[in-house]
Ligand binder design. Structure first.
Ligand code: ATP
Ligand SMILES: Nc1nc2c(ncn2[C@@H]2O[C@H](COP(=O)(O)O)[C@@H](O)[C@H]2O)c(=O)[nH]1
Length: 211
């Protein structure tokens, strides 16, 4: 007899990664608006807040000392240095949410993705978003208007290195047309939820059908 915990599907850790500026935050917002069953995993970061970003909604903006303390207390699922700042996924409510079947969306880089795979293979689904070209990537970073020219250069310098990790992901989608890209990402999420190995909640129902 399966115990109660086995009878509902565990939550998914649905990861979107891309080189900076390819559009994963845009796709994340579209997904969170369209799908009430997935929540954003809000990362902690030591980078300064951008105009329009809200503390606790987009990120938990913390000082270097606060981040150090969280590392010491083992409060992170994963954390990494990205663009001279530190970013991490607080364990917080995610761990209990996953157990209860809550799906979470992670907007994290390849380093964080590798760490989540090392901790938990079966609940992780990863999608890498590619820009249609590096010229378009630069155009998007510039048109976003949130970063200085130096920061944009730094992000372009790192883009090739980040793209080199694309083969470590389960799915790859090119973000040329944003609406089409969103539909593809949403289809991946829907299909992954229906995967037979996650449908443990159906076991009693199928048993009944077979009686
Ligand atoms: N398909 C698209 N066509 C044109 N512009 C796009 C497209 N997708 C996103 N953008 C725009 O490109 C800019 C960068 O997008 P976004 O901030 O979502 O990128 P990101 O990958 O999340 O970057 P970062 O890693 O720095 O947070 C934004 O101004 C966004 O509106
Ligand atoms: N490993 C992690 N990477 C993260 C996390 N939160 C965000 N990120 C990645 O950092 C870069 C830069 O983000 P930006 O908001 O400063 O443009 C981007 O690739 C994010 O995906 C995290 O918790 N862990």
């Amino acid at each position: 007899m399966a115990d109660q915990e086995d009878l509902h599907r565990r939550g998914l850790m649905f990861i979107l990664s891309s080189p900076s500026g390819a559009g994963k935050t845009t796709i994340s917002h579209m997904l969170l608006t369209a799908d009430e069953e997935i929540k954003l995993s809000v990362s902690a970061t030591t980078r300064p807040r951008r105009e329009g970003e809200i503390d606790g909604i987009d990120y938990h903006f913390v000082s270097e000392a606060q981040f150090d303390e969280m590392v010491e207390k083992d409060d992170f699922y994963e954390w990494a240095h990205v663009f001279n700042h530190r970013y991490g996924t607080p364990k917080g409510y995610i761990r209990s949410g996953l157990k209860e079947g809550q799906d979470f969306l992670f907007d994290i880089d390849w380093q964080g993705t590798q760490q989540l795979y090392q901790k938990d293979q079966q609940d992780v689904v990863s999608v890498f978003i590619l820009p249609p070209s590096l010229v378009e990537l630069r155009r998007r970073l510039e048109s976003r208007g949130t970063d200085t020219a130096d920061v944009i250069e730094g992000r372009m310098d790192r883009a090739r290195g980040e793209i080199s990790h694309w083969a470590e992901y389960d799915y790859v989608v090119i973000n040329d047309d944003v609406d089409q890209c969103f539909v593809k990402v949403r289809e991946i999420l829907h299909a992954e939820r229906m995967k037979r190995t996650r449908q443990t909640g159906l076991i009693p129902f199928v048993r009944e059908l077979m009686e």
